[in-house]
Design a protein. Structure first.
Lengths: 325, 149, 500
């Protein structure tokens, strides 16, 4: 985890340097209609992010080609990544990178996807917040650690899916605090939220925008945020980071985009440039703010390093919780 | 009871065997909850039980199957239709869905069901045109089109 | 609240919104009527059409596609027995049986009327009672879902003629669902290292194969004798007797559908199955169920439309989608920069009430559209079957491909077509297989989740009040048929002895 935070500083530096080289590098536009392959169903976060980018790219005239967002859902995103891996060198298909693209190969014991594809850009990040039920006796992350130390496995987390971001974060939390929690996987993040709202469990991880809704409506009580610093928003100003509470975990959920293996570097550079342009547009910034996501535009090699770090975290945690094959 | 009537029960028993054998590496119990092998084992047991009860019921004559074997001509028609479906699946990625579908319709109507040429061709054109219009143009589903149509 | 609803109607009745609601229900009706494509697939495909619209107009149109798709799915279920979603399986059985008796028009009409009344009832509940109903829905969780699914699987055993064969088909469906990965942990299971199997077996190729392809193959055997179904005009419409039989079925189906719909984890498929089974208990002619019972069709169709509207309750008041379709509605909100969650109804009240009002309007459109058209659609069956057969095969396979964009789905459909054909030959009923396949993962995941919640103690099923009630129902479902069977055998034996 620490490694990821280190790369932030270096990435900013390298980003500036590489941006220079990217400009100098040849850029070539792909021809014909473009497919953004998404492994989630319509409505999943990766789908919504790609549709937002596609919409902005079309409306602002950033990309002249027609763009279709195609949901190849099922099999833990494997339908999507196998489709893209099956098109080496193809210039009109991009793969959306969400955590299942990293974790499914680890869990199923198949070759890593991220090592094969051509990284293009990191698109968005989201911090995660730990919540408990409003009338819970737990009032801080220390309380959780104390409760879980006293009765190992008796503190339950209603989670999205096995191997998902909140499962990884649960694993990191367990390692950092030396406790055992019970993670209960669901069919989707919202199914987990239903279990939490029904008062069946103690804990639930939510993205900032989900958490904001739960906190302001009084259906969830925030315990900790897993970012470097506190968030400035009113609802989160009093939510201490995990580090402040003595648990050294910093974790952000992220989404990215990549091209098939062997994509012409000039086309990859062109796409990186277009994604960066779209991300700079006021329309996208507004959308990011509304969803409380964070932009941390890394492209090409930097994005590749970031993804590789992410993969290492996933592999470490999945191995420790016995899911890696 | 004839031997052929036992096929469904035997099929279930074979499946139960495959399930037991195929889940060999998984756990029945995973800490406090049933593991990945729990349900498969329950189903293998349930499947075998149902199969044995079915066999017994058939043997005692409580359950009877009246097997209608198709006439030779009918069997030929079903067999060739299945072959045409397989050909459709094989040729779709090679020539595209619309040409493969048109060929399938034409072969089915003219060669297998032996209909008159004119209405058969009309039906072929209508169905392929419908699929092209609805799925490709309107819903913009990326059906395979290696030849461009 | 009335003010807000009136305000909602004012929004929904604006000419532009009215136009897009109409467009939505029309598109939904058409896409839903394509084999293999149900409401959620239709919404996903048509989502880009809503870009550039005002958020409120966009959700109105998308919601129109959602319930329009339910109405459209009825067409394929009744006419060619290929349901677009799992909630249409019962209609594919009884509705199609009615069509074969020349009563397709009546089946379609009662579905439209039932869907309309149940839909309107459910929307009224959304408008008046969303917050309390949502918190009631939250009382259902893993233990309750497990028992509901178990109840469903047990009840499936009584669907066909022979309980043993029905159970065999149900177990087969559950076994098929095992293939792929463990639904809870994602570890590969019974996939034998084949990437094709690791994806698991989806509902769509199974339903297209087992219902669509198998049916056509079996009919091809006796194609000489398959006459186009001659429908007389007076059979096209509902008779007053039909209406008398179905009135209460619609009410019961609608209520069951609404309650199942508000549970975030159960869907329209459980709703229509439970409504159908309940209806058989109430019916004056339970023996016709499975052979063209109009009250069965009415109950199942009312239930699935009520459930798809009822799913709007957890969606609007909690931000939790109860179905694949409502998940897409929520995504449309997020795409337009609106944050769904428990505060949606207060912060975006104009949008929420506009959406609710639009559902009233859209259902009226669908009723007006479907009633006069029912006989027209039914007349499609006048096309000689020789021409229908290859068209059904071809279009079903295109639908299977379009749903997943993967040629392996087409192959899968063919394999299940052969399995379904074999089942017809051996007299094994097919609906239990498909329904069990749908219930399997809910059953397995919720059992394991329940035991995780209780740290391994099975007492959780007794400690929760709703769960305890359901447990009694499960016990009855197991004990009653056994008792009846024993009594019948004793009776039969006594008769035999007496005869001697």
């Amino acid at each position: 985890m620490l490694r990821r935070t280190f790369t932030f500083g270096t990435a900013a530096l390298c980003g500036a340097l590489l941006a220079g080289t990217a400009m100098a590098q040849d850029m070539r536009a792909p021809e014909g209609p473009i497919e953004f392959t998404v492994g989630s169903g319509a409505g999943g976060s990766p789908d919504v992010i790609m549709r937002t980018y596609a919409q902005i790219m079309a409306e602002q005239g950033i990309v002249p080609n027609a763009i279709v967002v195609q949901n190849r859902s099922g099999g833990g995103h494997s339908n999507a990544y196998n489709h893209v891996l099956g098109l080496p060198g193809d210039e009109t298909t991009l793969l959306t990178l969400a955590s299942p693209v990293f974790t499914t190969p680890i869990v199923q014991g198949t070759p890593s996807v991220i090592d094969q594809i051509t990284p293009i850009a990191l698109l968005a990040e989201s911090e995660l917040v730990l919540l408990t039920t409003p009338d819970s006796p737990l009032n801080s992350l220390q309380d959780v650690v104390a409760a879980a130390t006293e009765a190992p496995g008796r503190v339950r987390v209603a989670g999205g899916s096995s191997g998902g971001n909140d499962h990884i974060l649960t694993g990191l939390l367990e390692t950092a605090s030396g406790t055992t929690l019970t993670y209960i996987p669901h069919e989707s993040g919202s199914a987990g939220r239903a279990t939490f709202l029904g008062g069946n469990v103690e804990l639930h991880f939510a993205t900032l925008s989900e958490a904001l809704e739960l906190i302001t409506s009084g259906t969830g009580k925030p315990l900790a945020i897993f970012s470097e610093e506190r968030r400035p928003e009113e609802a989160f100003a009093n939510v201490a980071t995990a580090r402040e509470q003595g648990v050294d975990v910093v974790y952000t959920q992220f989404w990215g985009v990549g091209g098939p293996a062997g994509l012409d570097p000039a086309v990859a550079a062109w796409w990186a440039d277009k994604f960066a342009k779209a991300a700079e547009s006021p329309q996208f910034q507004e959308w990011l703010d509304a969803n409380l996501y964070r932009a941390n535009m890394l492209t090409l090699g930097d994005a590749g390093t970031y993804f590789a770090d992410g993969q290492q975290t996933f592999r470490d945690v999945l191995t420790r919780i016995g899911l890696a094959k | 009871m004839r031997l052929v009537e036992a096929i469904p029960a035997l099929f279930m028993l074979v499946l139960a065997g495959i399930i037991v054998f195929g889940t060999a590496g998984l756990n029945h119990w995973d800490g406090i909850t049933p593991g990945a092998r729990f349900f498969p084992t329950i189903l293998a047991i349930a499947g075998s039980a149902v199969a044995l009860v079915l066999l017994w019921a058939q043997w005692r004559g409580f359950e009877s199957v009246i097997l209608h074997f198709p006439t030779r001509e009918a069997a030929f028609r079903v067999g060739t239709t299945v072959a045409a479906l397989v050909a459709l699946a094989v040729f779709t990625p090679l020539v595209g869905f619309i040409p493969a579908l048109a060929a399938f319709m034409a072969v089915m109507l003219l060669a297998i069901l032996r209909q008159r040429p004119l209405p058969s061709l009309a039906a072929t054109v209508i169905v392929s045109g419908f699929v092209k219009l609805v799925f490709i143009h309107w819903l913009s589903v990326p059906l395979p089109m290696p030849l461009g149509f | 609240m009335i003010d807000q609803l009136l305000l909602g109607f004012a929004t929904a009745l604006e000419p532009q919104n009215l136009l897009f609601i109409l467009l939505g229900v029309l598109l939904g009706q058409i896409v839903g009527a394509l084999p293999g494509l149900g409401p959620s697939a239709g919404m996903a495909l048509l989502l880009p059409l809503t870009f550039g619209l005002e958020p409120v107009t966009a959700v109105m149109m998308l919601a129109g596609i959602m319930y329009g798709g339910q109405y459209g799915g009825t067409l394929t279920s009744v006419l060619i027995a290929v349901p677009g979603e799992a909630s249409g399986v019962m209609t594919a059985v009884d509705g199609n049986a009615m069509a074969r008796q020349g009563r397709a028009g009546a089946a379609l009409s009662i579905s439209a009327i039932g869907s309309f009344l149940a839909g309107i009832g459910a929307v009224t509940a959304v408008a008046l009672l969303a917050p309390p109903l949502a918190s009631f829905g939250l009382k259902f969780n893993a233990p309750e879902y497990f028992l509901l699914a178990l109840l469903g699987v047990l009840a499936i055993g009584s669907l066909g003629g022979s309980p043993i064969k029905s159970l065999a088909a149900a177990v087969l469906g559950l076994m098929i669902a095992l293939i792929g990965v463990d639904p809870l942990t994602g570890t590969p299971r019974l996939s034998f290292d084949q990437p094709l199997l690791m994806k698991g077996i989806d509902f769509i190729p199974v339903v297209i194969g087992v219902f669509g392809i198998a049916e056509v193959l079996a009919s091809l055997e006796r194609i000489e004798s398959v006459k186009p179904i001659r429908t007389r005009l007076r059979d096209m419409w509902l008779t007053s007797n039909d209406w008398a039989v179905c009135r209460l079925s619609i009410v019961r189906g609608g209520v069951i559908g609404l309650f199942v719909g508000i549970m975030p984890g159960a869907g329209a498929s459980i709703a229509s199955l439970l409504a159908y089974l309940t209806e058989r208990k109430f019916s004056r002619s339970p023996e016709t169920f499975g052979k063209g019972a109009i009250d069965g069709v009415a109950a199942a169709e009312s239930a699935n439309n009520a459930a798809s509207h009822g799913a709007a309750i957890p969606m609007l008041s909690l931000g939790i989608p109860g179905s694949a379709s409502t998940a897409i509605l929520l995504a449309a909100l997020i795409l337009h920069g609106i944050r769904p969650g428990p505060q949606l109804m207060t912060q975006e009240s104009a949008l929420v009430w506009g959406l609710i009002a639009s559902m009233f309007v859209g259902n009226v459109f669908l009723l007006i559209l479907n009633l006069p058209l029912a006989p027209v659609f039914a007349a499609l069956l006048r096309i000689p079957y020789v021409y229908l057969a290859p068209s059904i095969l071809g279009i079903s396979l295109v639908g299977a491909y379009a749903a997943t964009l993967d040629i392996s789905t087409v192959w899968m459909s063919l394999v299940f077509g052969l399995l379904g054909y074999a089942m017809i030959k051996f007299g094994i009923p097919r609906p239990p297989l498909v329904l069990a396949l749908v219930l399997a993962s809910l059953m397995e995941t919720s059992l394991r989740q329940a035991l995780l919640l209780s740290f391994g103690s099975p007492m959780i099923f007794l400690e929760r009040p709703i769960s305890a009630l359901l447990l009694c129902a499960v016990a009855l479902a197991i004990v009653l048929p056994v008792l009846t069977a024993i009594r019948q055998r004793r009776f039969a034996e006594r008769m035999k002895r007496g005869a001697r």
